[in-house]
Write a protein that binds this ligand. Structure first.
Ligand code: PLP
Length: 467
């Protein structure tokens, strides 16, 4: 059944509630037509009007191997023909499920033991919270349930994970955060540091604030701390020097588990396989999604460390079966896809490319943007980076949010065929291209971004919005 593009747009407007889209403007047509995405190859996507875009955000920083990899499509198809579905309850498994789990336990940092599967980063973090509660119930500490997250952290949109997320616009009008979640200060030196405070001093202060929070709440009530090795949606911000060492010292002192949310950083984005390795983080629990399948099909995992798993195993005689699971946990197509994707990640050394091409990318961004009057900070690691725009560099003064500077620059880039994301918290342009991106493609990304930034900067200068 063929439909015209306008019919597709009409059906969509009439029947889809889109994430992060103004519902009324979209449904009424005021916001214009949807972008109907029709294809993708390498780092580019196409829309139904024949436009091609460089996707310098890899979807939502997830299509790490790039679009249109036949090898992965074939693995998905083969599995669908052989066995599209069976559950993994009551000790049922598939060869691909066992192989992937063995692989993840061996490749993950720290002392990992078992893998529990879901379909999204959000549900995997939901699982992590339940694991923290289960673990502390089984070891006779039923009061040790609070989970501390950070301002600007992003951990998903479901009830627990959305509560962990540390940005108020994800909570507003949704009755979040729920009671057991607390937020401590963001590891964001640019906006958080006192005048003259070094990164090390700032990290020590954040760790002291965490310790004060744990003492205030009562150490016997705090079960876990969750953090992304590199702050992602909250601004693509690598941790300040000394941050993770200082934080981990506090967590160990008060017997607080550490959940590393590697949904963005997992499988190579920072230039090594896991952000934990990059920043010497020893997690008790690790969350992965996105890069696990490069988003070819939905799959996520909570990777469980030996310390937590041992308590689960030791408690099993008392409590019986582990009573948590989803119809799609360990879905055969998901795990077959993940194995095919990880084959590519390893064979093509994508973490290595994120390291070397990423270093080139970071250098080029600094060369081109660091001196521009509206750029307060250029930051990033591997193949993730951000430009932070400010009205006054010297006074570190933000633009009036009503000017929507980040969104305007993102739109100007898009009009030139480049997708770079206006990050939701501030005037920030985010980049996280596929890990297969080449130097030539980096040059194209930086050139288009420069033209877009200069266009909006000139307009703001004319409007006297720049200091
Ligand atoms: N954790 C992090 C660090 C993320 O960046 C995201 C999504 O962007 C999530 C969790 C939630 O993943 P999902 O959107 O698949 O639920």
């Amino acid at each position: 059944m063929d439909h015209s593009l306008s019919q597709i747009a009409e059906m969509d407007r009439a029947s889809v509630l889109h994430p992060f889209t103004q519902a009324k403007d979209y449904a009424s047509g005021k916001a214009g037509d949807p972008t109907i995405v029709t294809g993708g190859k390498g780092i580019r996507i196409q829309d139904a009007k024949g436009n091609s875009y460089i996707d310098a955000f890899a979807g939502l920083y997830c299509v790490n191997i790039g679009y249109g990899r036949d090898e992965v499509a074939d693995a998905i198809s083969k599995q669908a023909h052989q066995l599209a579905y069976y559950h993994s309850y009551a000790a049922h498994t598939t060869d691909q499920l066992a192989i992937l789990s063995d692989r993840l336990v061996r490749m993950a940092p720290g002392k990992m033991s078992k893998v529990f599967y879901g379909m999204s980063g959000s549900d995997a973090n939901e699982t992590q919270a339940k694991l923290v509660w289960y673990y502390n119930n089984l070891r006779g500490k039923p009061g040790k349930k609070k989970i501390i997250s950070r301002d600007r952290g992003y951990h998903g949109c479901s009830v627990v994970s959305g509560s962990m997320t540390g940005m108020s616009f994800y909570h507003d009008h949704m009755d979040l955060p729920m009671g057991l979640i607390r937020h401590t200060g963001a590891p964001h030196h640019y906006w958080g540091a006192e005048p003259g405070e070094s990164e090390e001093q700032f990290s020590a202060r954040r760790a002291a604030e965490l310790e004060a929070m744990i003492l205030r709440e009562g150490p016997d009530t705090v079960g876990a701390f969750i953090g992304e090795p590199v702050l992602g949606t909250g601004g693509i911000t690598p941790p300040p020097a000394g941050y993770w060492a200082a934080i981990q010292a506090v967590l160990r002192k008060y017997d607080v588990l550490l959940i590393a949310d590697e949904v963005v950083t997992g499988f190579g984005r920072t230039g090594v396989l896991f952000g934990c390795t990059k920043y010497d983080i020893e997690p008790d629990l690790i969350t992965v999604a996105k890069g696990l399948t490069s988003a070819y099909v939905p799959l996520s995992a909570a990777i469980i460390g030996e310390k937590v798993y041992k308590v689960i195993e030791d408690g099993a005689d008392k409590v019986g079966a582990f009573s948590h699971g989803y119809t799609y946990s360990g879905h055969p197509i998901g795990v077959a896809c993940a194995n095919a994707v990880l084959d590519i990640v390893e064979r093509e050394d994508l973490p290595g490319n994120a390291r070397t091409t990423g270093a080139y990318f970071q250098d080029r961004l600094r060369q081109v943007f660091a001196q521009l009057p509206i750029v307060g900070e250029v930051r990033g690691v591997g193949l993730m980076a951000a430009l932070e725009f400010v009205a006054d560099r010297d006074k570190k003064q933000r633009f009036d949010p009503a000017l929507k500077v980040g969104a305007k620059i993102s739109a100007a880039a898009r009009a030139r065929g480049l997708i770079a994301r206006a990050m939701p918290h501030g005037d920030i342009l985010g980049f996280a291209p596929p890990l297969v991106t080449t130097r030539e493609e980096v040059d194209a990304i930086v050139d288009i971004a420069e033209a877009a930034v200069r266009e909006v900067m000139d307009q703001l200068t004319r409007e006297k919005a720049v200091a």
